[in-house]
Structures are given as C-alpha cells and as structure tokens.
Design a binder for this molecule. Structure first.
Ligand code: SAM
Length: 325
C-alpha cells in the first residue's frame, strides 16, 4: 500500500489541525464557564511551523486537512494559513470547522485563499437557547455566517448539531425541515462524554433521533462528499441531506483515517486517548524533515484500534476545545 497506514491497515490520509485553544463562545458541553487555562502565545505553533508539519505529512500521504480549534477564526490571519496549505501540491482538500460567528466577515477571503468547504457548529435555532448553550453568543451572527459561506461557494456547508437530551432534542424536526426548505446539510452528532461530565451525561442515540424524524417521511440513504464517518440520508423532496454521526452508540474507529495536531504542536493519534507525540520541541530545536517524518510515522503506528468510551476511558488531560474536535 502506498501512503500512510497504521498497524491495523487503516489508511491515514487526513490531518486535523487545531490553530488555537481560544474560543469566543463557552458552549456548556465543551468549555467551563470560567474558560480554560490558555496556552501561552509562545506555546502555539506559528503558521510557518504548521506548514512545515503539513508539508512533511503530505509527503508521507496526508491528502486532506481540516482546520479547527478552539475557534479557528479568532486567530489572526487565518486566510494566510489556508493560502500556505493550498500551495502544498499533495493536499487536495482544505476544510474548516467553525462556530460560524465570524464567518460572514471571513468567508470570501477564505474561499479565495483556497478553502473548499466548511462545517458550522450550531446546536439550536432559537436565539435564547443559543445564548444559553453558548453562554451569551448571538444566533444571528451564525445564521449570517451560514448564508455568506454558501453564497461564496464554500460547498458543501454542513451544519453540525450535537444532540443533547433535555437541551435541544426537541429541535430535531426544525433542523430536518431546514434540509427541505433551505437545502441545508445537517449532521446530527451524538454527544460524547468528555472530562468531568463523563459519567453523568445521558446519551441521545442516533436510533432515537431517527425515530423522532420518522414523522417527516422515509430517510433515503444517499452518498455525500466528506472524509468522515457520517452516514447520509435525504428526506422526500429535500435538496439538503441529513447525516448521522455515532461516536458513542456505534463507534467507527475501524474506518478512522485521521491524525490530530494540537495548537501547541502535539500529534494526537486518537481524539479519545491521551497519547501524544511532541513535534514542537523537536521542530524548534532544528529537527530535520526526515526526523519529523519519523515522528509522524510513529504517531500513525501508535493509533489505537478503537476508543474505550464504553469502558469509561475518557481523556482527562485536555478538553475537546484543546484537542481540536
Ligand atoms: N469552534 C469550532 C466549532 O465550534 O466548530 C471548532 C472547535 S469545536 C471543539 C468542534 C466541534 O466539537 C463542534 O462541532 C462541537 O460541537 C464539537 N464538540 C465539542 N464537545 C463535544 C462533545 N462532548 N461531544 C460531541 N461533540 C463535541
């Protein structure tokens, strides 16, 4: 097999790059109200360092990158990074995960820099509830971001909804209706228990979601562009799609194709394991490209077979926003 593959013969061609641990929202399930202990500016990789790592990874077989955070758009000059990554020939897909609040402002510039598509996290369509979930965010900013992203051609624009019982599960039908009325591509994601809330958070499984949606008609399976584990469907008459992502009820580790780079330069073979390999220190002490590639291969080789959420093994070292979800 050419390219990278791990010890379980999974091809690895996808790198998620977190560019910051900072966020302008404080979603109740992602960050504590008081925020997190932030990395210092000196700890965070420069765009040049990120580019060096992405280039080495691309030479080994990485073809797709997704920029994430924290909130990636709070980092100054993000279009510049997109432009630098777009020049790496082997990388043919650059995407972004964002909360959308600053997207109306940056979408056009990101598109011209080489960004292809965007995922926007949005857990409610109700302004007051949005304020509650995000601890004071403004829903209007995100809706504007979605419109501008679509109009400048960041397609597909996907809307990611983390479904939480008792918080937003009553909005499944509203989101699904958006796939019919406005052609939205909506993905419902099971909430993953992370950190301290691990033992207390109830699961709203994809099976329950599908039962709720049945009143809108039969979900027809369909294929849809993406590099991840979502399964896609379409409602009758809908231009948009509904995707389901089941990290908890039906793990998809057997098809995991990704590595994660944290904002402070650690390569993380698995979102749900604390293992990581430090690239920053070696990079800053003048490591050769050959050594960098060896470290990337080491991270790939150490990818675990699967996560252990069901056994209660949840990473405690970093929050979701610090890994780059
Ligand atoms: N700020 C960006 C955003 O909001 O998309 C990128 C970072 S955010 C950590 C990435 C994604 O992780 C968001 O879609 C968020 O909803 C999701 N997320 C955070 N904590 C989660 C959890 N415990 N379970 C499932 N998804 C989670």
């Amino acid at each position: 097999m050419t390219g990278l593959s791990d010890s379980f013969q999974r091809p690895i061609d996808y790198l998620r790059i977190s560019v910051t641990d900072r966020c302008n929202l404080r979603c109740i399930y992602c960050m504590p109200a008081e925020g997190i202990q932030l990395m210092s500016h000196g700890d965070i990789l420069s765009y040049e360092e990120i580019h060096t790592i992405a280039e080495a990874a691309a030479e080994l077989g990485i073809k797709k990158v997704r920029i994430t955070g924290g909130e990636p758009l709070v980092r100054a000059g993000l279009p510049k990074l997109v432009q630098m990554l777009a020049k790496i020939k082997a990388i043919d897909d650059i995407s972004l995960t964002t909360n959308g609040t600053l997207l109306a402002h940056y979408a056009a510039e990101l598109k011209s820099a080489g960004l292809l598509r965007v995922n926007i996290s949005l857990d409610t369509l109700k302004p007051d509830r949005f304020k509650y979930i995000t601890r004071d965010g403004n829903l209007g900013d995100v809706l504007a971001g979605i419109e501008v992203a679509r109009s400048v051609g960041l397609n597909p624009t996907k809307i990611n909804v983390v479904v939480m019982p008792g918080i937003n599960d009553d909005e499944l039908l509203d989101f699904a209706t958006k796939t019919i009325k406005d052609g939205w591509h909506v993905r419902f994601i099971e909430h993953m228990p992370f950190g301290e809330e691990a033992s207390t958070s109830p699961l709203f499984s994809v099976n329950e979601m599908r039962q709720r949606l049945a009143v809108l008609g039969e979900l027809e399976p369909c294929s849809f562009k993406g590099n991840g584990p979502a399964k896609y469907f379409r409602l009758p008459q809908a231009k948009g799609t509904i995707g389901f992502i089941t990290p908890v009820s039906e793990h998809f580790c057997f098809q995991c194709n990704r590595l994660r780079l944290t904002a402070d330069g650690k390569l993380r073979p698995c979102l749900l394991s604390e293992e990581e390999i430090d690239l920053r220190q070696s990079l800053r002490s003048g490591m050769s490209s050959a050594k960098l590639k060896r470290l990337i291969k080491k991270a790939v080789a150490s990818k675990p077979l699967r996560h252990r959420l069901a056994e209660g093994c949840v990473p405690q070292d970093r929050s979701f926003s610090q890994v780059g979800g």
